[in-house]
Design a protein around this ligand. Sequence first.
Ligand SMILES: Cc1cc2nc3c(=O)[nH]c(=O)nc-3n(C[C@H](O)[C@H](O)[C@H](O)COP(=O)(O)OP(=O)(O)OC[C@H]3O[C@@H](n4cnc5c(N)ncnc54)[C@H](O)[C@@H]3O)c2cc1C
Length: 421
Amino acid sequence: MTPAAAPVADVVIAGAGPAGRALALACAALDLRTLLVDPRPHRPWTHTYGSWTHELPADLPTDVVAARGRGVVVAERTHQLDDEYVVLDTAALQEHLTDPAVAVRRGRAVGAVPAGAGRHPAVLLDDGTASPGRVVVDATGARQSLGRRSVTDGGPRAEQTAFGVVVDREVAARVSEDRLLFMDWRPRHGRPGWPTFLYAVPLDADRVLLEETSLARRPGLPMPELRTRLRARLRAAGLSDAEIPDDDPAAVEKVRFPVDSPRHRSPAGVVAVGAADPLVHPASGFSLATSLRLSPRIAAAIADALRGGADPAATARAARRVIRSPAAVTVHALRRRGLETLLSMPPADVPGFFDRFFTLPPAHRRAYLDARDDVTASVAAMTSLFGRLTPRLRLHLIRGTLLGAQSVRTEQQRYAPGPGS
Ligand SMILES: Cc1cc2nc3c(=O)[nH]c(=O)nc-3n(C[C@H](O)[C@H](O)[C@H](O)COP(=O)(O)OP(=O)(O)OC[C@H]3O[C@@H](n4cnc5c(N)ncnc54)[C@H](O)[C@@H]3O)c2cc1C
């Protein structure tokens, strides 16, 4: 029935990152026999994960939150936001998402065996073996290791890149005035070109991450440029060279991930989650909060399908319908147009655009950042934003979004769950 004589799990998940672990936890809670496959399944996570509180599941344990505060945005004006932003305790998150009921196998997936007549789908490993499941999940992140490749998938990706250093709170306060800076667009680094901002967030009571961030650029702004800008910005704020630990690997964070992942060409019986699924938010590239929120619903759809006797392809489709509902696909298509508008904006206009964005009432702002399957709320937020823009910025938006109506339809078709993928 399967290529290798291995036991068949209910759910086999390739990738033990946040999305894979969150789904594994939710599946195990529903008594599904779940297997996680990862080359280094117990590798301690090191990324600094942040999120608006309203994006996170309400039942996330409080010890998973390392620090919290109301965000501040500095663009043409200073905006004190109503919303609370949290920085997660990455080790506590990893522990929270680790369930002994989930089986773990060390191995690198090199592809997937599609479900076929009388054959379970399976994760193919680089040692030549396979792990079969009644449904298979690709949670390998932006690599999409189980997706079928296509010649049209090439070309540079739009990426978020950032270079950060961790410093003591008193040192950081001389730069951030002890505020949680979600974005500080002031060009204090003195460098020309694509605009970047400072992201300054507490990691705990004593330490702060100061990160020079390029929100999105195709291709991503190079790391050496970000490092140069961060150093120049911190020097301009009065920090000495000795206070900027940018050559200490233990105190440095480097960020690079795509914000416009291509369609996941899923073999039959395979579904993609987390950063492997293309529906990551194109304005931020963030997918963590969505993964945490959606996992119980995806697990429930899988459990219902399996208990109802669905075959693997139908089970994967049931899971995909949770992730890529028609409304979610439409919202994503609109946001993708928003990303293209941003990427084509003259660099000098970008901070002004965000200045206007952060004058939106909280409900509209949240809708844009968070309402992944609420078309009405997303359109209302975009309409409200349009009304706040300068004539020049409106022209950019019209060119990028409204005249791109055909492209919105194309994007919808690209991401809609078809019969196979
Ligand atoms: C430094 C940094 C900071 C970030 N901060 C945020 C943030 O604040 N908020 C946010 O939402 N997002 C953030 N992101 C984006 C972030 O990557 C994702 O949101 C999140 O990690 C996605 O989780 P994931 O589980 O889908 O993928 P990943 O975290 O990429 O995990 C993929 C897992 O798959 C495994 N894997 C890879 N290839 C294979 C293979 N062939 N076979 C088997 N397993 C494989 C990997 O070992 C890994 O364990 C950040 C990214 C970086 C780099």
